[in-house]
Design a protein around this ligand. Structure first.
Ligand code: ATR
Length: 272
């Protein structure tokens, strides 16, 4: 029997997930479908239940339902709990729902795989303290950087995040100007500044020799953050398209037990 999966969000027309999962399924010859569902505002849980009752095996969850998905899940992974958001649901045989968050792990896999930069023992600067930064934190710390600094326009929000993960490594927090004079090997922009075409005001000299600047945003060419990084000593920049594909690949792995090759799928999206 064909296994059914779906992504649910509102709006949903823009989603690339069906294309990604169709490409993954082709790699393994898996018999599955993956559809996009417009979730009604106020009717998320009901829509999930209906999909499951119709034979659904799992769902991806996108804006604005990631917190409702967290509440709906019977069990959460540690990553989802720390992210306080769920982007993947797995409907288990025993009737329970597992909630996972693959966004941060997708970021880490993209940095260490496609981009080719190891995070272990590196100095990492994470910009932003919203949902995207929160999702990235635990997966980044699991790679054991020597130091992780969370810098945010509103420093109190960075400090609140730091307090949640202090047990997992050497973590500091503050405003953008608080780390002037310190150099970083990997700088990750998890703010939404690039979406509105704005730069993030980093101190001059933040980029160590050979450093990477990674923007979670994709489809905008070089963002002001990426251009600024190249002008200020970063050796390479990357956008978030690889993370998009890698987080989907992690969801596929959770459901299907096999890891797709992301490279041809990233190439397919770039060409489109
Ligand atoms: P997301 O889910 O994408 O993380 P969010 O939770 O609304 O979205 O968080 C947006 C993040 O981008 C916040 O860290 C925000 O900083 P504040 O906490 O100070 O609001 C940051 N951000 C948004 N626009 C920014 C800008 N122009 N410059 C710097 N940081 C910005």
């Amino acid at each position: 029997m064909t296994d059914r999966y779906a992504v649910i969000g509102n709006p949903i027309a823009q989603t690339k997930s069906p294309k990604l999962h169709a490409a993954f399924a082709r790699q393994f010859g898996h018999d599955m479908t993956y559809e996009a569902i417009l979730g009604p505002i106020g009717g998320f849980a009901e829509a999930v239940r209906a999909f499951r009752a119709a034979g659904g095996k799992g769902m991806n969850v996108t804006v604005p339902f990631k917190v409702e998905a967290l509440e709906l899940a019977d069990r959460l992974t540690e990553r989802a709990r720390l992210a306080q958001a769920v982007n993947t649901l797995k409907f288990d045989e025993d009737g329970s729902i597992l909630g996972e968050n693959t966004d941060g792990v997708g970021l880490v896999r993209d940095i260490q795989g496609r981009v080719g930069v190891a995070l272990r023992a590196k100095r990492v600067l994470l910009l932003g303290a919203g949902g995207a930064a929160r999702g990235a934190l635990l997966p980044l710390l699991e790679e054991q950087p020597s130091r992780l600094v969370i810098a945010n326009r509103t420093p109190a929000k960075a400090e609140a995040l730091r307090a949640r993960v202090a047990a997992y490594g050497n973590v500091a927090a503050g405003g953008f100007a608080d780390f002037a004079g310190e150099q970083f090997d990997v700088v990750i922009n998890a703010t939404s500044a690039s979406l509105s075409g704005e730069d993030v005001p980093l101190p001059v000299g933040s980029y160590a020799a050979g450093s990477l600047a990674y923007d979670l945003v994709y489809g905008k060419g070089n963002t002001p953050f990426m251009s600024h990084a190249l002008e200020n000593g970063a050796a390479q920049v990357a956008d978030g398209l690889g993370m998009l594909v890698a987080q989907a690949a992690e969801a596929f792995y959770l459901w299907r037990g096999v890891r797709p090759d992301v490279t041809p799928v990233i190439d397919m999206l770039r060409a489109a």
